[in-house]
Design a protein around this ligand. Structure first.
Ligand SMILES: [Zn+2]
Ligand SMILES: [Zn+2]
Length: 387
């Protein structure tokens, strides 16, 4: 809007006229005088207009049809306009001062706390109970949180009479401006503690180390946060405690890696076993728990059937041997079979392989060029390209 119109002055009005017009409007619309939201909006507008017209550079920029706030660090007209800044500029107020809401409560909810817990893969997969040592504030037992020494009580603040705020009158070119500020004597609480509790120095809380037993549910993953309600920091003044969050950090396993709820690993088999087929007994992830529990339900091994003629790189899927899902179900175990080419042949073995090659007509393989077989990266690329 046109700042001249807002202040109701002529285009060629001098500084004194502009100031006078603004003072008149500010008295009418100032929030301490007129609590109506429409008036507050109006006060913002006229203050904005005055900010432009009281500054020769901004006024000249506006008269030229330009942006009065260009290059002034405001980021464009109106964009960075802050009601509080203007209030402070004129009245020397503090942000948030004089909210007129009475004393602030001494009793408040405590803050949440976060700690990290290292677990191994099997513990994350199948759940575990752990003892944790946590350092948090707890309500002071000597004063039960009110901060007063036993046998004494907090008393109403004499300075503010319990309101938590004091009126502050300031003279300015607008006349007397009355604002409310937090009471310095009681720091806004409306009460003072003449004889503070020695245990907590009047805070109502003391720091202490506690031991907690935390149940980590089955299926958590790296970064999962387990919430323990009411186990965080105690609140000031005997207020309720916040929550404690336990963030899970899963250690790397020697051979299982987790992808979602599936487990991946690989196993090497000799060339002869891959050709002839075999069955191998291998450890499950549960086997890691066997040292801690002796549950008869624990399945500590699985059988991997290598079919005759298995090629190197073949994935074998063992259904439901992966990680239990947080919401039920269970992932798979995927074993990649890698075929070992025999090395270090002695004369007899070499002779046997020569015979085998002769029988199979493989003494002089001619070979046949083909397009490169796709490795992991090729498959990933295809997945990205939607093939
Ligand atoms: Zn105390
Ligand atoms: Zn006070």
């Amino acid at each position: 809007m046109d700042p001249y119109e807002l202040l109701g002055v002529d285009r060629d009005a001098d500084d004194a006229t502009i100031k006078k017009a603004y003072r008149k409007l500010a008295r009418e619309y100032h929030p301490d005088v007129n609590p109506d939201p429409v008036a507050q909006e109006r006060f913002k507008e006229v203050s904005h207009a005055y900010e432009i017209l009281s500054d020769p550079q901004k006024r000249a920029a506006y008269d030229r049809g330009g942006d009065p706030f260009a290059g002034a660090g405001f980021g464009g007209a109106g964009a960075g306009f802050s009601f509080t800044d203007i209030m402070d500029a004129f009245f020397g107020g503090q942000p948030g001062a004089g909210t007129g809401r009475g004393p602030r409560p001494r009793v408040r909810r405590g803050q949440d706390a976060l700690i990290r817990l290292d677990v191994d893969l099997a513990e994350a997969a199948f759940g575990v109970a752990r003892e944790l040592k946590v350092d948090t504030a707890v309500t002071c037992e000597t004063c039960h949180g009110d901060g007063a020494a036993p046998g004494t009580r907090p008393v109403t603040c004499e300075t503010c009479g319990g309101a938590g705020e004091v009126a502050h009158v300031q003279r300015s070119f607008l006349g007397e401006i009355r604002t409310l500020r937090p009471c310095a004597a009681c720091r806004g609480f409306g009460q003072t503690i003449p004889d503070p509790c020695r245990e907590c120095s009047g805070d109502g809380r003391v720091r202490t180390r506690r031991t907690l037993t935390v149940k980590i549910p089955a299926g958590v993953d790296d970064g999962t946060r387990v919430q323990l309600a009411g186990q965080g920091e105690a609140g000031p003044g005997g207020g309720p405690a916040g929550d404690l969050y336990v963030e899970i950090q899963v250690a790397r396993h020697p051979f299982f890696t987790r992808q979602g709820n599936d487990l991946h690993c690989s196993v090497n088999v000799p060339m002869t076993a891959a050709a002839l087929g075999t069955v191998m007994t291998l450890p499950t992830l549960e086997a890691d728990l066997a040292s801690e529990t002796s549950s008869p339900d624990l399945v500590t091994s699985f059988e991997l059937e290598v079919r005759p003629g298995t090629q190197s790189g073949t994935d074998q899927v063992i259904r439901a041997f992966g990680v239990p899902g947080l919401r039920g179900g269970r992932g798979d175990l995927i074993v990649t079979v890698l075929v070992d080419t025999p090395t270090g042949l002695d004369a007899a073995q070499e002779e046997l392989l020569h015979q085998l090659a002769t029988l199979r007509g493989e003494e002089h393989p001619t070979g046949q060029l083909r397009a490169s077989s796709k490795g992991v990266f090729g498959r990933l690329r295809d997945a990205f390209n939607g093939h």
